[in-house]
Design a protein around this ligand. Structure first.
Ligand SMILES: Nc1ncnc2c1ncn2[C@@H]1O[C@H](COP(=O)(O)OP(=O)(O)OP(=O)(O)O)[C@@H](O)[C@H]1O
Length: 247
């Protein structure tokens, strides 16, 4: 399997703090890679360096073999990279369908089409398909702000897929979601991974969720990679247990 994402010796310092210290890993085509580690170990900073939100202090990021280090988020978006954030990014007053259409427009990044094209930018059909896929049909016309938190997280994840991305980085998709919605969320992420051959990297604190969703898990501690392997290997790694118990 070829690597979709190759991260080599990425570093990020904030003044005297080394938030990410020389991290290297790759993500294979069609894989769901989990990224875990205690609070403050550098997971979000690493995501932000990969996604162009932060400029790394050193190192290189390659997408499909091409160097993309330092590209802006909008440029990465055009290359098929999408993300979700820890905090919800939905617009509460807009309906579920309108949120999805807006997300599709963001991925297209085409202001001209918004000004002179159809008001839905031709995205209603794609939004309806995504609504069906994420089983949000009964909520399509509802304002997103009226949905439960778990339903809004599902919508937030669906929005990341509107551009038909090749690589999606999900930042705590299960955070705050109740157990019954978690099963739906996992089921939909697995389905979209298989059907659309999208590759994921998932930051998550919910161990059950991440261990059952991911094919490999990378563990960070104090800005470094502590372990990388199959969920069952990582679970019993003494250094990983120590890193968690130590905190
Ligand atoms: N903009 C910033 N300026 C200064 N220090 C920062 C900044 N962003 C993060 N840090 C520091 O970098 C380190 C890594 O933080 P980061 O948010 O990447 O960790 P994390 O693993 O994502 O944590 P969490 O699981 O709590 O979200 C922490 O010590 C944090 O305080």
């Amino acid at each position: 399997m070829s690597a979709v994402l190759e991260v080599t010796n990425i570093k990020k310092n904030f003044g005297g703090i080394s938030a990410v210290a020389d991290v290297s890993f790759d993500v294979r085509e069609g894989e769901i890679l989990g990224l875990i580690g205690p609070n403050g170990c550098g997971k979000s900073t690493l995501f932000n360096c990969i996604l162009g939100q932060l400029t790394p202090s050193g190192g290189e990021v390659k997408l499909d073999g091409k160097v993309v280090t330092g590209l802006r988020p909008s440029e990465l978006n055009k290359l098929g990279v999408s993300r979700t954030f820890q905090l919800l990014q939905v617009f509460p007053k807009l309906s579920v369908r309108e949120n999805l259409i807006l997300a599709g427009q963001e991925h297209q990044g085409n202001m001209a089409s918004r000004l002179v094209g159809r008001s839905d930018a031709g995205l209603t059909e794609a939004a309806n398909q995504m609504i069906g896929f994420f089983k949000l049909d009964h909520l399509a016309a509802e304002p997103a702000g009226g949905l439960s938190y778990g339903q809004q997280k599902l919508l937030d994840a669906a929005m990341a897929f509107m551009g038909g991305p090749r690589l999606v980085l999900l930042d705590e998709p299960a955070g705050g979601v109740n157990p019954s919605m978690l099963a739906d969320l996992k089921d939909r992420l697995v389905a979209i991974n298989r059907q659309k051959n999208a590759t994921f990297v998932v930051i998550e604190h919910n161990m059950e969720f991440v261990m059952s969703l991911c094919s490999r898990v990378m563990v960070m501690a104090e800005g470094k990679v502590l372990a990388m392997g199959r969920p069952d290997e990582v679970r019993k790694n003494p250094a990983v247990i120590e890193a968690y118990l130590g905190h």
